[in-house]
Write a protein that binds this ligand. Sequence first.
Ligand SMILES: [Zn+2]
Length: 530
Amino acid sequence: MDAKRIVILDTTLRDGMQGQDISYTLDDKVQIARTMDAFGIDYIEGGFPLSNRKEAEFFQRIAKEGLRHSRVAAFGSTRRPGGKAASDPHVTALLNAETPTVVVVGKSWKAHVREVLQTTEDEDLRMIADTVATLKKAGREVIFDLEHFFDGWKDDSAFCLQVLETATDAGADCLVLCDTNGGTLPSEVARIMAQLPAARLAQLGAHFHNDTGNAVANSITAVEGGALHVQGTINGWGERCGNANLCVLVPNLCLKMGLAASCAPNLRHLTSLSRFVSEKANIIPDKRQPYVGEAAFSHKAGQHADVIAKAPRLMEHVDGALVGNERRILLSELAGKSSIVPKLARYGDFDKSSKEVARLLDELKRLEQEGYEYEAAEASFDLVIRKTLGLHRPLLELSNYHLESYQAGTTPSKTVGRIFVRVDGTLLMGAAVGVGPVDTLNMALRDALLPIYPFLLKIKLTDYRVRVLNPEQATAAKVRVFITTSDGEESWDTVGVSENVIEASWQALVDGMEYYYNNRVAGGADGAGT
Ligand SMILES: [Zn+2]
């Protein structure tokens, strides 16, 4: 028998937009929808066409994109009390979005009918029947979201059942049980779903919020209870604590429960989908996110790394490659020779007892003593290896730089800088004016090097973080600077340490350029990334 197929509705572009600090431009929304289509998401809920022009425009733009797999759904509510669906602005806006599918939300919690809508239960049922029937008559596929279903069921299950039956009779294609306030526990989901007369109802779906940290667990429980449609967002971002995280839920359904989903064949693109959406939202990806986080398949202690090298299945719950993630062996003072050997592998076959491994371990210990940390700066570590093995090709030799910051009156401060560097014996000069010293140094260095290294045009600094190492030393404390550099396709991290923040930044900045130069431009060992 074929595996049970679960339909996935992504609401990143609707519920996801309600999350704190989240906003996407119209172009972002179109690009995200295209990426989700390529991934194989069944439904993309595109927004609320009544709410603003940007949302309504999205549906016009996306109609022209010709998505291959995903059906786009507009979102809206049932008609207002006392009116007619055919002339209601909510329903009209939904129809005007001209999507093949619509998601309509209606009330199923009696207290909300009375106190929020200020109408009767009977009128609520008429609103649902009228709206669903009107949309069906217009040829739409109708997904009916029962707002506050679980709270409503606990309050008055007979009324909730009437709502489910009314929507079924009116022709709804799917009934989505929503935990709008996010307070339901998995045991309650199981108990309530077991009480539903599923055979008499349209297909069931589920929509969970993460206010008790159970959105994914609840979605799994709902699927176990008979739901064939689940809703969530990429990275779990959404209102308050977010929605069910599809980056966790989908691999759980496919890899752990043996269920089918249209996106299952593309699961290896899940990590890049998660990071793409993070980048569009301008939010640093959560390292510790299951499956797709940078730490999900990272191993630190020396002994773990030893086992990993021999039998990965003993230390990992699934192979990270299945979701497009990769195993990382982290370097630290705890790290033994076993962690170093795989790092050296791309440069040759080095035995644990070889002198290269011993030399690298000594160098690593010395640098870590000084405050360098390579767990989040693999590109700098690659350069340490190259230097130890004599394979490093320096990009430049610094002659001197000079920076001067000034501020006059209330105008914002500026930094002027110039730099002299040598490349193959030739002295080059660069100059720049920037907002701060690091920015200016970066620009002046590029100014000097660009005629010789045009590849610098392709890479840019995308993140800059400073950490104070020994704060008790006050202003004389050492700082550790991390820089992320990207060529638009991949990014790499470098580190610098000094008592002077500009010197620490300089080290990380040059490492960022040298890493690219050594691995991508000047013919790296094998061209592999980290
Ligand atoms: Zn929601």
